[in-house]
Design a protein around this ligand. Structure first.
Ligand SMILES: NC(=O)c1ccc[n+]([C@@H]2O[C@H](COP(=O)([O-])OP(=O)(O)OC[C@H]3O[C@@H](n4cnc5c(N)ncnc54)[C@H](O)[C@@H]3O)[C@@H](O)[C@H]2O)c1
Length: 318
């Protein structure tokens, strides 16, 4: 909605860049909060004219004062800042500080500033292995059985949201991404499908280390659903699955081949330690409709995006 001022944390990340692009298209003001000043994803995703509209704030989620002052004057918050699985593994105390304390700092600042429109990213990593559940697409309220510290800390985020609502009346919406893909997705356990698309564009062989089926969520679609969720009439502490396409890695690789004619993309067989998908029906009910680009079309759009970036010299990951 035009006229709103958003705080986006994790602003320099993949989802952050897409959320900001779409918010600017909507005519919103954006405060982009991130510890990193690396703007390669912004260059890739947001036009240079639009980037000038962004108020960049370099800040650390673990610093409650910095978070508190970043929330000053904003009307809605989309909290995406986090360390992903490999970074949490590399520095566990830092992972806990950013993902747990950083999220508490956001909720605390939202409470003090009476922000009723707060959306945050949970993760499919709150769940256990696919074999731990009886069905392949599980309900968002299913038992949490995380197998990683990252997953445990995302559970802590959901519980934090529940208590801030129950004890202090602060509503929020938690969304559960599974595998985000598309331009800008270049780090984290589930970034390999996107790396494979980029490799095909460059005609370089690439091996995706895992297989199985997963919910593939095109970054612009996921970003739009985060934004729409931030405009809902508050209703307690909600947690929903995101939409997307449930497909096997084999189908995704086949899609890359179909779009690019490049055949040297391969994949492993091991499944990721998560269920295939989280049901998004409750989010669809709340939003009316989910943003959705069919798989082949989204691969095609990603290929075109990367080709254009190559031609115009925009920064792409190695
Ligand atoms: N990408 C996925 O498939 C996926 C899946 C499940 C959950 N998620 C969650 O969605 C959110 C966004 O994912 P993404 O793919 O955009 O992640 P990303 O890794 O691309 O971006 C995360 C951003 O957080 C920032 N950050 C890290 N520590 C910070 C700190 N101390 N202070 C401020 N900023 C800090 C990083 O600099 C980075 O720009 C994250 O919370 C992630 O855990 C993503």
């Amino acid at each position: 909605m035009s006229g709103d001022t958003y705080l986006v944390t994790g602003a320099m990340g993949c989802l952050g860049a897409w959320v900001i692009r779409l918010l600017l298209e909507d005519g919103c003001e954006v405060v982009a909060f991130d510890i990193s000043e690396d703007d390669r994803r912004h260059q890739l995703i947001i036009g240079s004219e639009d980037r000038r509209q962004i108020r960049y704030v370099k800040g650390d989620l673990t610093d409650s004062d910095q978070v508190m002052s970043a929330v000053e004057g904003v009307s809605r918050i989309i909290h995406l800042g986090a360390l992903q699985v490999p970074f949490c593994r590399a520095d566990r105390p830092m992972g806990a500080a950013v993902n747990v304390v950083g999220t508490v700092n956001i909720f605390e600042a939202a409470l003090r500033h009476s922000i009723e429109h707060l959306v945050y990213a949970s993760s499919v990593a709150v769940f256990g292995n696919a074999e731990d559940y009886e069905v392949s697409t599980i309900e968002p309220g299913e038992r949490r059985l995380p197998t990683t510290l990252y997953g445990i800390w995302k559970c802590a985020n959901e519980s934090t949201a529940r208590i801030y609502e129950a004890d202090y009346g602060l509503p929020s919406v938690g969304l559960i991404p599974h595998t985000i893909y598309g331009p800008g997705r270049d780090q984290g356990l589930t970034s390999q499908p996107t790396s494979a698309v980029l490799a095909a564009v460059r005609e370089r062989a690439f091996h995706i280390e895992y297989g199985g089926s997963l919910a593939l969520q095109f970054a612009p679609d996921a970003a739009r659903d985060f934004i729409q969720s931030s405009r809902l009439e508050p209703q307690g502490s909600e947690v929903h699955g995101l939409g997307g396409t449930v497909a096997s890695i084999a189908e995704f690789v086949e899609g890359i081949k179909q779009v690019t004619d490049f055949t040297e993309i391969t994949h492993g067989e091991d499944r990721l330690p998560f269920p295939e998908a989280v049901d998004s029906a409750s989010l669809e009910t709340r939003l009316g409709a989910l943003s959705y680009t069919p798989l082949l079309e989204s691969i095609d759009r990603s290929v075109q995006w990367f080709e254009e970036a190559n031609l115009t010299g925009l920064p792409l990951p190695e």
